[in-house]
Design a protein around this ligand. Structure first.
Ligand code: IPD
Ligand code: CA
Ligand code: CA
Ligand code: CA
Length: 280
């Protein structure tokens, strides 16, 4: 596909290079960073490693594709209003790189080894490349639109579980305690008794990669942003899964309340969230 190659460098190769370089650097900084800032609340953290990772990725992307647009989490003011504003026109850009420099900052800060670098490229509002890299396990998840999803070169296939009852499902505990957390807690109360078990491991992008890899059968969370979702949702779709919002509308870059599954349990999970009013 010519559109995905500029000057001999494929978009995917650059995304992989960025994610690996940033991930390797982050790993060397585990338990060894100098400053910790509170962004929006004591639940919303940022370190200089988040900012350094984003700088590294942005510099690399801009060297290869100086005319592309770039949206990184740490380039946006903290808080739900600023992020809503930053995401408002996201579908208008031609080529847009959407980057979460560390997804799972709280885990990183506490040395809990479950965090990743998430890098997506969207073309006119559609995600065409998604890369998620977990430096602690050295796992690289890569998807290209229409070409499947791979973990370290091996094709991924979402799980075959047919029911919530037989499924391992994940969710999150969002930092926004006004809107997103109460709704998500409502969802947890409704879903936990219906699934085999629930996991809340603290990285939305990595949870999505695990749905793609068949290690989880579903994931939902309220109040996420496109940098949490863009790469991971393509991984899920390209491994045979389905991604919608919590009302069942197909995923696009504007979606903040997400349901991503192996496909088989999608309707059941959406319906269970709706039945408990945990979906809006
Ligand atoms: C957070 C993580 C977490 C999710 C939060 C996100 P961050 O991203 O993905 O799992 O529950 O809603 O904000 O801040 O670590 O990049
Ligand atoms: Ca954050
Ligand atoms: Ca994130
Ligand atoms: Ca982040």
């Amino acid at each position: 596909n010519n559109a995905s190659v500029v000057g001999g460098k494929s978009f995917t190769a650059v995304a992989i290079n960025c994610a690996s370089k940033a991930g390797e650097w982050i790993k060397t900084k585990l338990g060894n960073y100098a400053s910790l800032d509170i962004k929006y609340s004591s639940h919303d953290l940022v370190t200089e490693i988040d900012k350094g990772s984003e700088r590294l990725i942005k510099n690399l992307v801009m060297t290869h594709f100086p005319h592309h647009s770039f949206l990184g989490e740490e380039g946006v003011e903290p808080g739900p209003e600023a992020s809503a504003k930053a995401l408002a026109n996201i579908r208008d850009a031609e080529y847009l790189w959407i980057v979460d420099p560390i997804d799972g900052t709280t885990n990183f800060v506490h040395g809990f080894p479950f965090f990743c670098v998430s890098i997506a490229l969207a073309y006119k509002g559609e995600v065409i490349v998604g890369v998620v890299y977990d430096p602690m396990k050295d796992e690289l998840f890569v998807a290209e639109k229409g070409k499947g999803a791979y973990v370290h070169g091996k094709r991924m296939q979402a799980s075959k579980d047919e029911t919530l009852r037989g499924s391992l499902v994940a969710t999150g505990l969002p930092a926004d305690h006004h809107y997103a957390l109460p709704l998500n807690l409502k969802g947890i109360q409704a879903i936990a008794p219906q699934v085999r078990n629930l996991r809340i491991a603290g990285s939305a992008a990595l949870h999505l990669a695990y749905v793609a890899a068949g290690r989880l059968s579903g994931f939902w969370e309220i109040g996420l942003s496109s940098w949490d979702l863009a790469a991971g949702t393509l991984l899920v779709q390209e491994s045979g899964g389905i991604v919608t919002d919590t009302m069942g509308k197909p995923y696009d870059l504007g979606v903040r309340n997400v349901v991503a599954t192996n496909g088989h349990i999608q309707d059941e999970l959406v319906a269970a969230l709706a039945a408990s009013n945990a979906n809006e």
